[in-house]
Design a protein around this ligand. Structure first.
Ligand SMILES: Nc1nc2c(ncn2[C@@H]2O[C@H](COP(=O)(O)OP(=O)(O)OP(=O)(O)O)[C@@H](O)[C@H]2O)c(=O)[nH]1
Ligand SMILES: [Mg+2]
Length: 443
């Protein structure tokens, strides 16, 4: 590792890491230990490590001092020497005491799954808001572990698990950490206020919002771009970032779309979820994730080709529950069907609120969009209106904002047949000439 001119540590080569997982019998786990370790490996590689070995120990319960057995910890020290590994990553969150004890035995830097995920987030955060939220999560994770972490932080400098957003050196002085937490919390409060104002504005204009949620790498951003391409009135709407890596998206992006029925909506891309998503992270990202809470419709994007997609659905549902968004109208979108074999899709569920697409290859998109329309605008009513000629403003509004099916110039005004949202229906009630067909209908 070298220090550059700004006093930052720059890692010249990848850190070699050993992964350690515990297979505890009575744990309420969605995943097998093997799958969980595979995911940990993906996370470690995303953070820039090279995984040289994976250790799994079967135990009745977690050891309070060492997490694994002390004997196993000693074996890991030997493995580290043999394989030249400088980092050991544990598959669960460790206490400060466990971190300290393990470092003493294995004589290498020790981090846990939480620190690893936080590290990836710290590297990915782009916006001021994203950076603040990650730093808050990191500080809150570290606060009860400062003593345990002291050694690893001072030794590994810029290594995985020790990097903050913006590569600043981490403070391990308790008083400074506490002050910084308070400072960030007050800044996040301002961000929240700002978002609230924006939400209130949107609410006033009655534009519904749709949030894309789901496991990391399931294709949320790709789907968002595709929907934008199909439902955009300006072709130049800025695309969101897509990448084949975990946590490509950390900042929520809002884009306006227009449905074929001319109704508008705001589409929101969000950060992906992962199993054992650190609670501090969910807490810190509440300002961002609140968008999910206030959305009118969720698109829960699932990578149908992932053999663990059922577990990924459960994890996503659990996080949604934590965000009080589990009972929102949700369309489950099975994505990447271009990569499914004919035999694969037999097991996949069907239903009103389920869609199958390939966001990349533009398959099933019209179907999904019409489902979205149906859910969002199901309160729309057919109406025939006669608008007097002096109210050209209403005629323009209806022609621009609603899906006009008939327009005739008559002696007493312009006759317009269209579909109206309840609010508009009430507003223009005086002009409605045909009140017989008032039942709800959809396009
Ligand atoms: N084959 C195939 N690949 C897809 C499809 N949709 C997305 N991908 C790929 O999946 C990878 C992840 O896509 P993203 O859109 O970045 O996924 P995401 O859910 O936004 O990921 P995070 O932001 O990291 O949570 C990219 O390499 C995409 O090209 C699809 O329909 N078919
Ligand atoms: Mg994304």
């Amino acid at each position: 590792m070298n220090e550059n001119q700004n006093g930052e540590f720059v890692r010249a080569e990848k850190q070699k890491a050993i992964l350690v997982g515990l297979n505890v019998e009575d744990k309420d786990n969605f995943m097998t230990i093997e799958d969980s370790m595979r995911e940990l490996q993906d996370l470690a590689e995303t953070a820039g490590a090279t995984v040289v070995h994976i250790v799994i120990q079967n135990r009745q319960r977690v050891d309070s001092a060492y997490y694994i057995g002390k004997g196993k910890a000693e074996e890991i020290r030997i493995l580290c020497e043999e394989l030249d590994a400088e980092l050991v990553i544990f598959n669960d969150e460790l206490s400060g005491a466990q971190l300290r004890n393990l470092e003493e035995v294995v004589e290498a830097a020790v981090i846990d799954r939480t620190a690893l995920i936080l590290d990836i987030f710290a590297q990915r955060a782009q916006s001021k808001e994203g950076k603040l939220q990650v730093e808050l999560a990191q500080l809150q994770y570290r606060l009860p572990r400062l003593i345990g972490l002291g050694k690893s932080l001072s030794r590994t400098g810029g290594g995985i698990g020790t990097r903050g957003p913006g590569e600043q050196k981490l403070d391990i002085d308790r008083r400074h950490v506490l002050n910084r937490i308070r400072d960030i919390q007050s800044q996040i409060k301002d961000i929240k206020k700002n978002r609230e104002t924006q939400r209130t504005k949107r609410k006033k204009s009655e534009i519904p919002t749709i949030a894309l949620v789901g496991y990391t790498n399931s294709g949320k951003s790709t789907l968002m771009n595709q929907i934008m391409e199909m439902c955009s009135f300006q072709q130049e709407e800025k695309k969101v970032y897509v990448e084949d890596m975990l946590f490509a998206t950390l900042d929520t992006a809002h884009r306006k779309i227009v449905f074929p029925n001319k109704e508008e909506a705001i589409l929101i891309d969000t950060v992906g979820f992962v199993s054992k998503l650190p609670h501090t992270l969910i807490e810190a990202f509440k300002a961002t994730l609140e968008e999910v809470q206030y959305a009118d419709l969720l698109l829960h994007v699932v990578d149908a080709t992932n053999q663990n997609h059922e577990m990924q659905i459960k994890v996503t549902q659990q996080v949604l529950k934590e965000l009080n968004a589990e009972s929102k109208p949700t369309i489950v979108v099975f994505n990447k069907i271009d990569r499914l074999d004919a035999s694969d899709d037999i097991a996949l569920p069907r239903g009103e609120m389920i869609a199958y697409v390939s966001a990349l290859k533009k398959m099933g998109m019209e179907h999904l969009i019409s489902k979205m329309e149906k859910v969002l605008f199901q309160d729309m009513r057919r109406a025939v209106l006669c608008i007097p000629y002096q109210r050209g403003d209403i005629v323009s509004y209806l022609c621009e904002k609603t899906n006009v099916q008939r327009k005739e110039y008559q002696a007493d005004g312009v006759l317009i047949e269209t579909k109206l949202r309840t609010a508009d229906y009430q507003k223009y009630l005086n002009y409605i000439v045909d009140k017989t067909e008032n039942q709800s209908s959809t396009f």
